[in-house]
Design a protein around this ligand. Sequence first.
Ligand SMILES: O=P(O)(O)OC[C@H]1O[C@H](O[C@H]2O[C@H](CO)[C@@H](O)[C@H](O)[C@H]2O)[C@H](O)[C@@H](O)[C@@H]1O
Length: 273
Amino acid sequence: MIQKSEAQELPSALDQLSELKAKFQGKTPAIFLDYDGCLTPIVQRPEMAILSDEMRTALHELTAVTKVAVVSGRDRRNVEELVKLDNLYFAGSHGFDITGPGGMAAEPGGAKAALSALDKADGILQEKLKGVAGSLVERKRYAIAVHYRNVADDQVEAVRKAVDVVLDTMPELKIGHGKKIYELKPNIDWHKGKAVMWLMEELGLNNGKYLPLYIGDDITDEDAFAELQGQGIGILVGEHDDRTAATYRLESVDEVRIFLEDLTDTIKQQSNG
Ligand SMILES: O=P(O)(O)OC[C@H]1O[C@H](O[C@H]2O[C@H](CO)[C@@H](O)[C@H](O)[C@H]2O)[C@H](O)[C@@H](O)[C@@H]1O
């Protein structure tokens, strides 16, 4: 049974750092990070979410002491280009498209079967939404985000209707929700949580020496928090519209960076001592 709380009820990962680290029980945390709202603040348009130099340095230093993966709803190539580091793992399209150092490349969720439906849906949405000012159809390899952050309130219903037209005719796709977006994804039982567990296994981290730790801010990160209950640590950044399966929280992207910097020092000390 998954335990859920209100975000505000969760203890701060920074205030309760010693308690949180005691949960490592001598294991090294393997770090899984969402991108938008976690490594960069939420902004008006996807292309404006630029990683700061400070965050890139924090990530780079963390990769020197443990395994690090970015697990994003974004297109995997897009998030690779934004992060600009080659010594970590990337799971794009909500975990359907995974790459890593040494030429690692895998699509463990089997999303290729939905590719032609996604292509068709993309065309329909582009056509239907071209008259809705502020809407944006963002195609990822294995998902489509339909953004309404910049759409007038009385036009959001028109965006939802266009999405529903696609859903009604394409059983290969299902809807997902996020911050001011509707997502069309392959109708497959695969999500960020399964991608995290797949990476743990694939990277040989299920050997009793590593503990998965996931940080994210959105509804799609809840699948990872739920998967990690009892076997890892989930940290929610800020809040979203629902209850959360995370066990700690951080307030902001700046707090995420401070937490990651502290983790790097902690892991270094663990391996020296
Ligand atoms: O899993 P994530 O890495 O958090 O990706 C989730 C979605 O993030 C992006 O959209 C969100 O961030 C945008 C920039 O801050 C914002 O304008 C938008 O309203 C948010 O929903 C991205 O564009 C999507 O493709 C991702 O699915």
